[in-house]
Write a protein that binds this ligand. Structure first.
Ligand SMILES: [Zn+2]
Length: 348
């Protein structure tokens, strides 16, 4: 199997002439694709330039994917949410405390309409190759962020809309303790909004590729993290998704874990005839020996991953989440991509 795609995420994109320079730097780092990470503010405020920035990348020969970054705080990511700022309701609610959480409930009509409206606008106006569902998840009502974090007892969402829908479907009040029915309900609802979104996009741009990137957690017999996308078979067999992707692993995790997650990713992709994608951490943390970035890129290639992406451009240089040696990480990633990307797919 060949690596056909190598890319990084790119945010803070505001001016096409500046983006052009950055894209050329990415190509010099052996990237042939870019993921434009779009916050709600970007999509609202910078929309004319998003259209232009995407065109610049396309004109340079890159594949362009649009990432609905942190939208509603339902997708992963640091940006704040306009929706949450402008709506006091339509929030996810803690099952244990009944408190509203700082995350939109994607089962409410208000949020669904908002999200699908954004997708429609992007699909109509932005000439991109596809969309990227970035770590979608139900809010985890606990006090720490979770890259690999374990499960909590509390869960979401038990808002009035979710409770009503659950009761209509199952004929009894939505329990406060997670049952098999609650798990099913949450998973089905979590996929439903994305499936409808993908259909809206494909209706406008039939060749648009939909990449669904779920958290790279084990979710085995004993422990499931209940983000709503934890049943990889269910995500993998979703017709309108084209690529099955799993998210970043922290460099401090054992390499066996990298292998396990990657094998499971490739297995699901193959089983449901989808493309496969793995992410490489290029921000926040770095391996002790930077050459390990190359070793992991080769590992992924050898295991049959078709698309390799890294978060993020220049190792997050200049942000609070920069890798300690951000620019060196970026250069090593570029070399790694140069070694694993199939010649046929390189931008000359
Ligand atoms: Zn809800």
């Amino acid at each position: 199997m060949k690596v056909k795609e190598t890319g990084v995420s790119y945010y803070g994109l505001s001016y096409p002439e500046h983006a052009e320079r950055d894209f050329k730097e990415m190509i010099a780092h052996n990237c042939n694709a870019v993921l434009l990470a779009l916050s709600e503010f970007d999509i609202d405020f910078w929309f004319p330039n998003i259209v232009k920035v995407a065109k610049v990348a396309k004109d340079l020969g890159m594949k362009v994917y649009l990432n609905t970054w942190g939208i509603g705080k339902w997708f992963g990511g640091e940006p704040p949410s306009n929706f949450l700022t402008n709506n006091v309701k339509n929030r996810q609610v803690s099952a244990f405390t009944d408190e509203p959480l700082p995350a939109a409930c994607f089962n409410t009509k208000a949020f669904r309409d908002y999200f699908h409206g954004l997708l429609e606008k992007l699909a109509i106006h932005v000439d991109a190759d596809g969309f990227f569902w970035d770590e979608p998840h139900y809010a985890l009502p606990k006090s720490y962020a979770s890259i690999t974090g374990g499960p909590a007892d509390d869960w979401a969402c038990r808002c009035s809309v979710c409770k009503r829908d659950f009761e209509e479907l199952y004929g009894y009040e939505m329990p406060k303790i997670i049952t098999k029915e609650v798990v099913e309900f949450r998973q089905d609802k979590a996929l439903d909004i994305l499936v409808e979104g993908a259909k809206i996009i494909k209706n406008i741009r039939p060749n648009s590729k939909i990449i669904c990137c779920v958290h790279a957690t084990i979710n085995t017999y004993y422990v499931v993290e209940n983000r709503g996308y934890d049943n990889w078979d269910k995500v993998g067999k979703t017709d309108v998704f084209d690529v099955f992707s799993t998210t970043i692993l922290n460099w401090s995790l054992p390499r066996d874990y990298f292998k396990t997650i990657t094998q499971r990713t490739v297995d699901i992709a193959k089983k449901y005839k989808k493309g496969s994608q793995r992410w490489i951490m290029g921000y926040y943390n770095e391996p002790k020996r930077l050459e390990e970035i190359k070793e992991v890129a080769h590992l992924y290639k050898d295991m049959g991953v078709e698309s390799l992406f890294s978060w993020t451009y220049r190792g997050g240089h200049g942000t609070v989440l920069a890798a300690p040696r951000a620019l060196e990480v970026w250069d090593m990633l570029g070399e790694a991509y140069g070694e694993v990307l199939d010649e046929k797919y390189k931008i000359k």
